[in-house]
Design a protein around this ligand. Structure first.
Ligand code: ZN
Length: 308
């Protein structure tokens, strides 16, 4: 049986018999990855609804049949178990799925006889291998825009695997601190914080005082390197004085003109207006409210002007 390797942590990558699998259908890659990660048989109707939700059942089943034919041509009969109602990926020695490997390595620590959040010296190696398997998030850069149910499944798997990675990083960092390798532990904690900056537990682990021979040695080396760089290149030099602008210098040095001052004696004398010249302007409509308007011809005066 030829080897089949399915890598879903990161960009999806499928290798069959040591060479990349040549399938030009994205739905074929999605179907093969789904069967590989789930690890069990699924009904044809469920797979058709998952990958072709916008079609009626007969059309979706026809699309599924053509995709299975594409995979059957590429893989032969040795890996797919297809019958009238269900489809599954066979489990054999030649099958390698990185998601399953990642989960199996993390499960190894559970066989050491301690709780899941504790770490023992034997945990370090499987945790290292599991973290190394995690190239990137689940199916990075791969989407099926016309299959929202597959999109939801992909999002759930991404979140679940990220949480598993975060726990593995935290436990490996604690184990490395107990072994005295503080500098390597700090690197894992920083990766954990970068995975989810809003994770309070990861931030708390990063904020703890990090002391150790590795940290001090690296810090001294960095300080020495920074000091040499500062002495050689970064020492501040005196800034050259800018020549003063001759026009501005002449303007500043010239005496200012005195502002003319107006004294009270220079203003004209105040003369009150005689009361007989005062005139009150009233709108004709306002005059109608107060009383009957006299005709202008009989009064001989303007209705809007009356002596005060
Ligand atoms: Zn252990």
């Amino acid at each position: 049986m030829s080897r089949l390797a399915i890598s879903a942590l990161g960009m999806p990558r499928i290798e069959y018999a040591g060479a990349p699998l040549a399938v030009d259908r994205r739905k074929a890659v999605a179907l093969l990855t789904f069967l590989a990660v789930e690890g069990r048989a699924h009904g044809r109707d469920a797979l058709a609804t998952l990958l072709w939700p916008g079609y009626d059942q007969s059309t979706a089943r026809g699309n599924l049949r053509r995709t299975l034919s594409t995979l059957h041509t590429a893989l032969g009969e040795e890996w797919l178990a297809i019958d009238r109602d269900t489809v599954a990926l066979k489990t054999a020695d030649g099958l390698s799925v990185d998601v399953r490997e990642f989960e199996r390595l993390l499960a190894e620590c559970g066989a050491h006889g301690h709780s899941a959040d504790q770490v023992c010296p034997r945990c370090a190696e499987p945790l290292r291998q599991a973290i190394a398997r995690y190239r990137d998030d689940f199916l990075t850069g791969f989407t099926l825009p016309d299959a929202p149910e597959f999109d939801d499944w992909q999002r759930q798997q991404t979140e679940r695997l990220r949480q598993l990675l975060s726990g593995a990083l935290a436990r490996l960092a604690r184990g490395l601190v107990e072994q005295g390798d503080t500098y390597a532990a700090l690197a894992h904690v920083r990766r954990r914080v970068a995975l989810d900056p809003l994770d309070e537990d990861a931030q708390r682990q990063l904020m703890q005082p990090w002391r150790g021979p590795g940290i001090v040695a690296r810090r001294c080396a960095n300080t020495r390197r920074a000091s040499n760089c500062y002495a050689a290149k970064c020492k501040p030099r005196p800034r050259p004085r800018r020549p003063r602008c001759p026009r501005r210098s002449a303007k500043i040095s010239s005496p200012r003109r005195a502002t003319p001052h107006l004294s009270r004696s220079m203003l004209p004398p105040f003369s009150p207006i005689p009361k007989s010249r005062l005139c009150t302007t009233t709108h004709p409509r306002h005059c109608r409210r107060r009383g009957p308007r006299r005709p202008a011809a009989t009064s001989g005066r303007s209705p809007s002007c009356a002596p005060g």
